[in-house]
Design a protein around this ligand. Structure first.
Ligand code: HEC
Length: 167
């Protein structure tokens, strides 16, 4: 072995050891932080007695109330009776964007001149246009005004409202 290659070997071994040492150092530093982190997490979980009570409290509660303290029964009958929103509400929610100001070729609410032609087609045609959408000469009427959550009945109610306001 020449002197030069011997020196090179020593340098290589020293270099490799340095890398190994660095690796071990990083590993140890990383693991030393773990118990501390676990402690912190546990502390956060158990920190307050009230939060424990909160977490283990029963899902439901039976309450027995006397006639005087019992609250009035909630009135859901009225809400359940109406099957959907009325035509004006649907119009305000989903149609006014285009038909309010008559943008993008949409016949404007209340404009008798613009509505004369559509109305002449008959209500059933208008219902079909509104529910399924239509491509007319003036523009695109999106199906259900672009709101697929509307029921057919709600869309028809909105058409009725628009026609009533525009003839
Ligand atoms: C993105 C804009 C836009 C929205 C939102 C919109 N419309 Fe229209 N609508 C149009 C356009 C444009 C036309 C005209 C198409 C044509 O005649 O070229 C039209 C036409 C109509 C017509 C006439 C159809 C016919 O056959 O002539 C009815 C009825 C109608 N819309 C109902 C509605 C109802 C009901 C809603 C809400 C649920 C609604 N529109 C929401 C753009 C819209």
């Amino acid at each position: 072995m020449t002197k030069k290659s011997y020196a090179m070997h020593v340098a290589m071994i020293l270099g490799a050891s340095a890398v190994l040492l660095l690796f071990i150092f990083v590993l140890v530093a990383h693991h030393r932080g773990i118990p501390e982190r676990v402690r912190l997490d546990r502390g956060a979980l158990l920190s307050t007695a009230s939060s424990v009570a909160e977490r283990i409290k029963p899902v439901g509660q039976v309450s027995i109330l006397s006639a005087e303290t019992r609250p009035e029964p909630v009135k859901i009958a009225a809400a359940a009776a109406s099957p959907g929103r009325d035509g004006q509400q649907v119009y305000q929610a989903s149609c006014v964007v285009c038909h309010g100001a008559g943008i993008a070729g949409a016949p404007k609410l209340g404009d008798k001149g613009q509505w004369a032609k559509p109305i002449a087609k008959g209500l059933n045609t208008l219902y079909a246009s509104a529910v399924n959408g239509m491509q007319g000469s003036a523009g695109v009427m999106p199906a259900k005004g672009g709101n697929p959550a509307l029921s057919d009945a709600e869309v028809k109610a909105a058409v009725d409202y628009m026609v009533a306001q525009s003839k």
